[in-house]
Write a protein that binds this ligand. Structure first.
Ligand code: NAD
Ligand code: LMR
Length: 338
């Protein structure tokens, strides 16, 4: 195959490179794990985002193929591919936003925590490079178990002396997307009009939908509350089982990741009132990390909102969620400290 870099230069297309390097308007975004089940549709959707001027696609396999493919889309973002550890730093230099969907997914019968042994090391290595190359970037962490990988990222950044709690965000948007869909389904609403706060974390009972705070105001029977809570908490498992060994949610996750990344970019641009749920360093409970509604701004997380009034059912759910979360957070912290 032709060496694209050389062909571009022969044809005087270095203007493309100048645009990529200089890109003054628009944001520079890297996806780490860009050739994966989430990474590929996520890369495609980010290439379609007009706020992105430069898109770096990094993976340990197949990054050149995905990059060549996506680079033919006639949208404005310039796309560059980076393959293997030796190109990781080049992939990260100058980035405003780094999205991490790198790591193994679940198979039926596994919990997200079963992924810890492999994914903890992957996230640690990637965050060490981020700390070195783009410590001011906003980091969106998708790799599971999110309840532990976000504490891992925070510890890595602390070790490197660059931790900014406003800039490290665990992506729990898929829980909100699912909750909006399932509530809309049973209430006969358009999912785009529904907003369900989902707090806590991103695994089983730590996923806590606050159905008493749904907008528009909805009144559910206890049977509906039990059904919705169970379906939202087990939405990931529903997909893992349906895919029967071929992985976990990728397309709905790419959609959710882009919804969240776009919110981060709009906030970086200076848009007001950008509010979403995310799993962040937080003082909302006694735990050091917790997912709740946050307001995003030019520096990342500008404000963390309290949980608001909870009913008895939600208060009981919160206690269960905190118990499991505490262990997952400690596991992540110890992994880096040991
Ligand atoms: P996948 O196996 O299809 O893709 C993962 C990609 O990561 C692969 O291309 C692989 O080569 C790459 N990778 C592996 N090690 C790497 C490294 N050291 N550096 C860079 N890239 C590396 O998996 P997937 O379905 O895309 O899922 C990825 C992760 O996202 C899993 O951990 C999964 O559990 C998680 N996930 C999270 C959510 C969420 O809501 N936060 C939702 C769905 C999936
Ligand atoms: C999800 O919620 O779909 C992801 O966390 C993937 C999984 O393992 O369920």
């Amino acid at each position: 195959p032709p060496n694209l870099q050389m062909v571009e230069e022969d044809l005087g297309l270095e203007r493309v490179n100048c645009r990529a390097k200089g890109a003054s308007s628009g944001f520079k975004v890297a996806i780490l794990g860009a050739a994966g089940g989430i990474g590929q549709p996520l890369a495609m959707l980010m290439k379609m985002n007009p706020l992105v001027s430069l898109l770096h696609l990094y993976d340990v396999v197949n990054a050149p193929g995905v990059t060549a493919d996506i680079s033919h889309m006639d949208t404005s973002a310039v796309v560059r591919g980076f393959l293997g550890q030796q190109q990781l730093e080049d992939a990260l230099i100058g980035m405003d936003l780094v999205i991490i969907p790198a790591g193994v997914p679940r198979k039926p019968g596994m919990t997200r925590d079963d992924l810890f042994n492999i994914n903890a090391g992957i996230v640690k290595t990637l965050c060490e490079a981020i700390a070195k190359c783009c410590p001011k970037a906003i980091v969106n962490i998708i790799s599971n178990p999110v309840n532990s990988t976000v504490p891992i990222a925070a510890e890595v950044f602390k070790k490197a002396g660059v931790f900014d709690p406003k800039r490290v965000l665990g992506v729990t948007m898929l829980d909100v997307v699912r909750a909006n869909t399932f509530v809309a389904e049973i209430m006969g609403l358009d999912p785009r009009e529904v907003d369900v706060p989902v707090v806590g974390g991103h695994a089983g009972v730590t996923i806590l939908p606050l159905l008493s705070q749904v907008k528009p105001l909805c009144s559910f029977t206890q049977k509906e509350i039990d059904y919705l809570t169970d379906r939202i908490q087990n939405g990931g498992t529903e997909v893992v089982e349906a895919k029967a060994g071929a992985g976990s949610a990728t397309l709905s996750m790419a959609y959710a990741a882009v919804k969240f990344a776009d919110a981060c970019l709009r906030a970086l641009r200076g848009d007001a009132a950008v509010v979403h749920c995310a799993y962040v360093a937080s003082a909302v409970t006694e735990l050091p990390f917790f997912a709740s509604k946050v307001r995003l701004g030019r520096n990342g997380v500008e404000e963390i909102y309290p949980l608001g009034p909870l009913n008895d059912y939600e208060r009981a759910g919160l206690e269960k969620a905190k118990k499991e979360l505490a262990g997952s957070i400690q596991k992540g912290v110890s992994f880096v400290k040991k």
